[in-house]
Design a binder for this molecule. Structure first.
Ligand code: ZN
Length: 302
């Protein structure tokens, strides 16, 4: 069993992008600051996509400009193509995250081009990132199911993983973009990709649409995946994935891992406080459970 799991916090990007009301730049910056204070060290802070497609991310450059540079914190910018990459680089992101879908239909709908064209764009971006001295990683969306094509053949996921690995990414993330996956599937897909690419680091990204997110995260850890995406409060969705709901809540994930003896470096109480703060900012309850149930033992009884 792993002793430590690294968490990539995606709340300020994947979490917020489906929120109907645009969060002011200063509030986003405070959100990110609170996450850093809670001990998170890799944070997806913005995406560099067309502002008309995702209005919530229209201030990506302003967010980056307002964030203090912290040597120990990696600020990740999500991109879907070369244009986004150039913007993210100019904005000063420490790390580039690119996403492409294993489902050709989803990729067409989400990024206006086929999977093959996005793989070519990734290889170009990966080379440009290396030249610029910025680390880059790639997320494969819809690995566990696509709203348009249904289940993805594991062979296709493995084949695409092999092709993107040629760009020598920091890691390859296997994403359940719409929250369709189940733990048995996680074990199989992670196992098959690892078998094909034993030297490549893997990350997993789960949504909780069908309440399997946390179970999937545990299955991934048991399969040896040491890096997981999560969003504070469990907010989030995907504007292009029908009915997809939030990412797995960071605080719920940290609770599960810590109680199981796996370190994350995150201050759980600070994270719960952040989820509660986020709740006030959004004006509604967040999906995460820890902000309601509190720690165990509770502060009162401890
Ligand atoms: Zn996602």
């Amino acid at each position: 069993m792993l002793q430590r799991v690294e968490i990539v916090e995606v709340g300020p990007r994947d979490g917020l992008q489906n929120e109907p009301d645009v969060m002011p730049t200063a509030v986003k910056v405070e959100f990110i600051g609170r996450l850093v204070s809670a001990g998170l060290r890799r944070i997806e802070v913005a995406s560099f996509v067309h502002p008309k497609k995702v209005p919530q991310m229209a201030d990506a450059e302003q967010v980056l400009a307002a964030l203090p540079r912290r040597d120990h914190v990696c600020q990740i910018g999500l991109v879907l193509n070369r244009k986004g990459f150039d913007r993210a680089l100019a904005a000063g992101c420490d790390e580039i995250g690119m996403a492409l879908a294993t489902s050709d239909t989803f990729n067409q709908r989400n990024q206006g081009t086929g999977t093959d064209a996005s793989i070519a764009a990734w290889l170009d971006i990966a080379a440009a990132a290396r030249l610029a001295g910025v680390s880059a990683q790639i997320t494969l969306s819809t690995c566990f199911g696509c709203p348009f094509e249904g289940d993805m053949a594991v062979e296709r996921v493995v084949e695409i993983a092999k092709r993107v690995a040629e760009g020598r990414p920091r890691e390859i993330a296997l994403a359940d973009t719409i929250g369709a996956g189940a733990p048995g599937q996680v074990a199989e897909i992670v196992g098959r990709v690892r078998e094909a690419l034993p030297d490549v680091m893997l990350r997993c990204h789960f949504h909780n649409t069908r309440n399997t997110g946390i179970a999937n995260a545990w299955a991934a850890v048991q399969a040896g995946v040491g890096i997981l995406d999560a969003s504070a409060g469990g907010i989030g969705g995907c504007p292009f994935a029908p009915a997809a709901t939030g990412n797995i809540p960071t605080e719920d994930l940290v609770y599960m891992l810590q109680r199981s003896g796996i370190q994350t470096g995150v201050d759980l109480q600070a994270l719960i406080d952040t989820a509660r703060w986020l709740q006030e900012q959004l004006g509604r309850t967040v999906p995460g459970m820890l902000s309601k149930a509190d720690l165990f033992p509770t502060r009162r009884s401890s």
